[in-house]
Design a protein around this ligand. Structure first.
Ligand code: PLP
Length: 352
């Protein structure tokens, strides 16, 4: 069968993934037949996985990180809530999540049998008063979003940490930096382990990190937290497993090492600066055209260009998604260059 050619990234404007770094692609190919799910047998890739965790710890401000390379942000979020639930002692657990939380938390609550308490926003970030009202003795985790999927906004993580510390049920604080984790180190935001009492954190190398899919990351402040996830593995060379998946690709792991080697920190910093400048440029261009734009505080622009315009540019081949409110969503991934944006604006101006 003719497989065809995958889509090119030249007109992809809303994806959170991107063309992998060449070194990441090469590493993925080399390690494609390895299985870090069985570290006793596949020890080389298991060592690489520890390296990724150490490096992600550097990115997120944690000296001696525990963690692993997950299949993505979804698995990392599910696992963070799972460990919080397992650690707590309540038959009726709940988790407080901002309304801006990724839909993976809905999946997590569903598979874990945990009640999701959605805290409304105050503007684009979570309302601290709302969080405080929702906390009770059965709250096992509080979630903060560091780089929201729709608007790229960052919740007040240190204030959430304070609320979490004072909460009755001794909950954990989980930060979802799946997308934002590779740009936030170059901003003034307080988001990571060094900024607040964060317990667990999601950070995906396969988004702004330029690794291949599947490479997500779950980090924990202490190894003992991950022990809540351990199950016995009788017929493997290793004796227990903390991951949700069993057999899993070593391609993501090896590619994450290669990408981090090539880009942390200077390459990622340059990419952040370019992406942020592009976001601000696009926001200004759209405002000149009279469109309402949500200010891009991270490299993600949401703009109300109108439903008809979105349909027209999609028909012209642009891959563009919208927010729940209907704005067009432009994610400044590395493949979205100034030339891409100029070509997009030329089409937009022609078509509306
Ligand atoms: C993308 C994303 C996720 C989910 O990650 P996957 O890798 O798609 O499973 C979770 N949270 C945030 C904030 C994201 O941007």
């Amino acid at each position: 069968m003719e497989l065809g050619i995958p889509q090119s990234f030249s007109r992809v404007l809303s994806s959170m993934c991107t063309e992998p770094h060449p070194a990441a692609r090469e590493a993925a190919e080399r390690f494609i037949a390895t299985n870090p799910g069985d570290p006793g047998t596949y020890d080389t890739v298991a060592d690489l996985e520890s390296t990724v965790v150490d490096r992600l710890g550097e990115v997120a401000g944690l000296d001696e990180p525990a963690g692993y390379v997950a299949s993505g942000g979804t698995e990392a979020n599910v696992q963070a809530l799972r460990l919080a639930r397992n650690r707590a002692d309540t038959p009726d657990p709940n988790v407080v999540v901002p309304a801006s939380g990724h839909f993976s938390f809905t999946k997590a609550a569903n598979v874990l049998g945990v009640e999701l308490r959605v805290a409304p926003l105050d503007g684009y970030t979570v309302s601290l008063e709302a969080v405080e009202e929702l906390l009770d003795a059965d709250t096992v985790a509080v979630v903060g979003v560091a780089g929201s999927t729709e608007y790229g906004r960052v919740d007040p993580i240190p204030a959430l940490a304070d609320l979490t510390a004072d909460a009755p049920g001794d909950p954990l604080l989980h930060v979802d930096a799946a997308w934002g984790g590779f740009v936030l180190p170059f901003t003034d935001y307080a988001w990571g382990f060094a900024d607040a009492a964060v317990d667990t954190l999601t950070i995906d190398p396969h988004k702004m990190g330029q690794a291949v899919v599947p490479a997500g990351g779950l980090l924990a402040r202490e190894e003992s937290l991950l022990a809540e996830l351990a199950v016995d593995t009788p017929y493997l060379e290793s004796t227990s497993q903390i991951t949700l998946t069993g057999t899993r690709s070593g391609a993501g792991v090896a590619s994450a090492v290669a990408a981090l080697d090539a880009l942390w920190p200077d390459g990622y910093r340059e990419q952040y600066e370019t992406s942020q400048a592009n976001a601000e440029w696009l926001a200004a261009e759209l405002r000149l055209r009279g469109d309402e734009v949500v200010s891009p505080t991270l490299p993600l622009v949401a703009a109300d260009i109108g439903t008809e315009a979105i349909d027209a540019v999609r028909d012209a081949g642009w891959r563009l998604s919208r927010t729940e409110r209907g704005e067009a969503r432009f994610v400044m991934q590395p493949h979205v260059t100034r030339e891409t944006l100029c070509a997009f604006l030329t089409d937009l101006d022609r078509l509306r």
